[in-house]
Design a binder for this molecule. Structure first.
Ligand code: MN
Length: 513
């Protein structure tokens, strides 16, 4: 049997930057979002939902910047069924090569009565008129029936038929509250395709939340039933328990291809690197036993399993680590490794960098190899992700620091920073050496109100000589700025991360945004 025949093509609609960003603690700043956009395009997603342009000025700017940056993917902005929202969405996405406006309105009795305070007839009219108006601006229109899985069948069919006639090119069926079961999701999609005459001529889509841990299962059931687009997020982030995880849906279709008979356009070898990027920009890691991208997803602990895998990987592996871009380390890199081996490893780890950047990282790699014997893949990833490219116009740059920490005197930190090209030194105290160092930097930057929202410190690898990665989020004038850095010295990593966040804040301040 040739299982490549008669397969269906499923579009991947990624909403990491919209629904994903709505997860608690996952807010991203503009440069983070642009980095994720780049990664999503390298993964070859079909649609990037960039944000909700009407929700704030910051969101509008981000959607617009993403629309300018994306080259191959469709860029969508979410909008409520209101003229002002739709206009704002269009203003933000119209610069894209492939713009889309995604309008939504709730169709369940509880949402219509309690939230919208509208009758079903009013909802129908508002949906159809909004889609028609959107269509007058943008040819690519998606409509979502919010809380569709708790809506009534006849009304669902009526709304879908109405919005298709008004010009919707994609109709999305969200399980907004993560309530559906796979059997119900299958039946719902099946019934829509049977009962709505126009539903086969457009892209029917699903958007499944994970409140009962069924987000991916429901998405796969919807694919079996006939949807041609699925909405998902990298690492399964999103509101509450999150959305269907992109990597799990994609790898299920790939690994069980004979069963699903469905393909995506995703380059699965980019999955690992994209997952890492999302972890790093959101500051939230995935659990170790998370399918596909968790630390233990390809680890074999039991002796009998190890024996089997060594004899033939297929004994216990249904997919290879290489298929998601996780290389099996063959060589150990250390101080004697050359630039070629280093740049090859970077590539194996999913980083595609310019020559000058590789050169810069190689210098850091050499310095690290002097400090520790074996430089692991995790160390190299940390260098590539957390060390910032050297920029001429950097406002603040660490020159040197010295801390005095003890439990008998007040900790003191002296930090010297290049600030706008001039050396500035400041001494500050605090309840610990890091706290004191941050106070000194804050004072040099002239941002005394900057508030530390989040600070975390973690070891990149095991062992006494491990590098540590510091991540900070700083709140200033209502916006949050992230910084991260690695070093074998926890205080140095922390100061570098903090300086990076303040640099972002100063840049925004100077641009007068
Ligand atoms: Mn959602």
């Amino acid at each position: 049997m040739n299982d490549t025949q008669a397969t269906r093509r499923i579009k991947i609609f990624d909403t990491t930057l919209r629904d994903g960003e709505q997860s608690p603690g996952c807010s991203m700043n503009l440069s983070d979002k642009l980095l994720v956009t780049e990664q999503l395009e390298s993964l070859r997603v079909d649609v990037i939902e960039a944000g909700f342009a009407a929700s704030s000025e910051g969101d509008f700017q981000a959607v617009r910047a993403i629309a300018e940056k994306a080259k191959t993917a469709v860029v969508a902005s979410l909008a409520r069924c209101r003229k002002a929202d739709i206009d704002r969405a269009w203003e933000a996405v119209k610069v894209a090569v492939h713009p889309r406006i995604h309008v939504f309105l709730a169709t369940s009795p509880i949402h219509m009565e309690c939230k919208l305070r509208m009758t079903p007839d009013e909802v129908y009219k508002n949906a159809v008129e909004s889609v028609a108006y959107t269509k007058s601006l943008c040819p690519d229109v998606e409509f979502s029936l919010e809380d569709c899985t708790r809506s009534e069948r006849p009304f669902i069919y009526r709304v879908i038929q109405g919005v298709i006639e008004a010009g919707a090119t994609t109709v999305n069926i969200p399980d907004t509250v993560g309530f559906a079961t796979p059997e119900e999701m299958y039946a719902l999609i099946h019934d829509i395709l049977e009962n709505v005459p126009g539903a086969r001529d457009i892209d029917l889509s699903c958007h499944c939340h994970n409140d009962l841990g069924l987000g991916v299962a429901n998405t796969l059931a919807a694919i079996r039933a006939g949807v041609t687009q699925v909405e998902c997020c990298v690492n399964g982030i999103g509101e509450r328990a999150g959305n269907a995880a992109l990597e799990e849906v994609v790898m299920a279709l790939k690994t069980r291809h004979t069963f699903y008979q469905a393909d995506t356009n995703i380059d699965t070898t980019r999955i690992y690197s994209v997952s890492k990027t999302v972890c790093n920009v959101t500051g939230s890691r995935v659990q170790a036993n998370k399918a596909i991208v968790g630390e233990n997803a390809f680890a074999h602990e039991a002796g009998i399993h190890q024996h089997g895998v060594l004899a033939n990987p297929l004994t216990y592996e249904i997919m290879t680590p290489e298929s998601i871009g996780l290389p099996r380390s063959k060589m150990v890199l250390g101080k004697h490794s050359g630039k070629h081996a280093f740049s090859q490893r970077l590539e194996d780890l999913g980083f595609r960098l310019e020559e000058a950047r590789v050169e810069e990282l190689f210098v850091k790699f050499k310095a690290l190899a002097d400090r520790k014997k074996v430089v692991s893949d995790a160390d190299i990833e940390a260098l590539a992700i957390h060390t910032q490219p050297v920029r001429e116009d950097q406002i603040l740059r660490l020159d040197r620091f010295s801390v005095l920490a003890s439990d008998v005197i007040t900790p003191v930190s002296t930090v010297r920073v290049v600030f706008d090209g001039k050396l500035v030194e400041e001494v500050a105290t605090g309840d610990g050496p890091i706290n004191a160092s941050f106070a000194a930097v804050r004072s040099i930057a002239g941002l005394p109100e900057a508030r530390l929202e989040h600070y975390s410190l973690g070891a990149v690898t095991e062992g006494m000589d491990a590098q540590c990665e510091a991540t900070v989020k700083v709140l200033y004038a209502g916006r949050s700025y992230r910084g991260s850095a690695v070093s074998t010295d926890v205080i140095e990593a922390s100061i570098l991360a903090y300086i990076q966040a303040l640099n972002f804040a100063l840049e925004v301040l100077r641009k007068g945004e």
